[in-house]
Unconditional design. Structure first.
Length: 321
């Protein structure tokens, strides 16, 4: 029996000044064999015509005040606007489907009624250097993986890993765990995935469902991102308590990274070594962010606006702290 969920699926994309990337994404979506019944774009007051491009492509476009954008809250707004659909697919504006059946393959994971969340593979950009590519190759291998509540216990923090750059959720499962959290610095996908596993749902990684999505971060940008990861783990400490600390996964990545660089770009090893030290220091600072002044956190964070918003004080964690 063929699993056909087109009429039961919605695709939700947050956007902000996507530029030429919007054209590339719209073209890739138009080529998809699997076309969800609804395309919803949550646009943060773009000034470059992004919203109009998606309207012309047939999307329902909702304007979100840029100052009020929230990684979890805005996506939950999208989920609420698509409450008649059984499967909710999320993309970011810079994640371009790698072929014409990427979305269809991702949604096929829900043929298994135990799957609450599925996410796809992310491939490095064609122009990516070795440092940029290895992160994608490590986190998104070419083999599928099913994570059950029982198998998650032996995986460490990797068990809750997921990326809303290309992920899909069973709407009933998402609602069961309270939806996407509001007021988190980022990592709403990891929070929900952790909750789903603890609630008895299964996570599916679908390697044949792929998007092209990677970033050439400067060392300062990587430091800011890892500071934010530390903040996430500090504020959602239950993730570490439930699945394990992040350092083990970090060491595994360092080994894989250095092995890859030895083969493909030995000269990048010095840069990689410096980045390891900077990222670890930034992560540790994130873990103790409660002791740091707000102005300092604004400078350290990739999301300085988060620290200026009073909503952060109202953030709720369904699992407790």
């Amino acid at each position: 029996m063929v699993f056909d969920a087109r009429s039961r699926s919605a695709l939700i994309i947050p956007t902000l000044n996507a530029g030429d990337m919007a054209d590339r994404l719209i073209e890739a979506l138009d080529r998809q064999q699997f076309k969800p019944a609804k395309l919803l774009v949550l646009d943060s007051q773009s000034t470059d015509g992004t919203a109009d491009k998606f309207r012309r492509a047939g999307a329902d476009v909702i304007e979100v005040e840029r100052a009020n954008f929230d990684h979890g809250g805005t996506r939950q707004q999208g989920a609420d606007l698509c409450d008649e659909y059984e499967f909710l697919i999320f993309l970011t504006q810079d994640a371009i489907p790698a072929d014409d059946d990427a979305i269809g393959r991702l949604v096929e994971a829900f043929a298994d009624p135990t799957v609450g969340v599925a996410y796809g593979r992310q491939l490095p950009r064609p122009e990516a250097g070795a440092l940029e590519a290895v992160a994608r190759l490590f986190n998104y291998p070419p083999t599928d993986r099913i994570v059950t509540p029982s198998s998650a216990r032996g995986m460490g923090i990797k068990a809750s890993f997921c990326s809303n750059s290309f992920a899909a959720y069973r709407a009933d499962a998402l609602a069961q765990v309270g939806g996407f959290p509001r007021g988190t610095i980022f990592g709403e996908d990891a929070i929900v995935t952790g909750r789903l596993l603890l609630a008895g749902w299964t996570k599916a990684y679908v390697s044949r469902a792929a998007v092209v999505h990677s970033h050439d971060y400067l060392i300062s940008e990587e430091a800011r991102r890892y500071f934010d990861v530390g903040v996430l783990h500090s504020r959602e400490h239950w993730l570490l308590e439930a699945f394990g600390r992040a350092e083990g996964e970090g060491l595994a990545f360092i080994r894989a990274q250095f092995g890859y660089l030895l083969k493909h770009d030995p000269l990048a090893i010095l840069s990689a070594s410096a980045r390891v030290l900077v990222k670890y220091a930034a992560y540790r600072l994130g873990l103790i962010e409660a002791r740091l002044p707000v102005g300092f956190k604004c400078r350290l964070s990739m999301s300085p606006r988060f620290w200026r918003r009073p909503e952060r004080l109202l953030r709720e964690s369904k699992m407790g702290r």
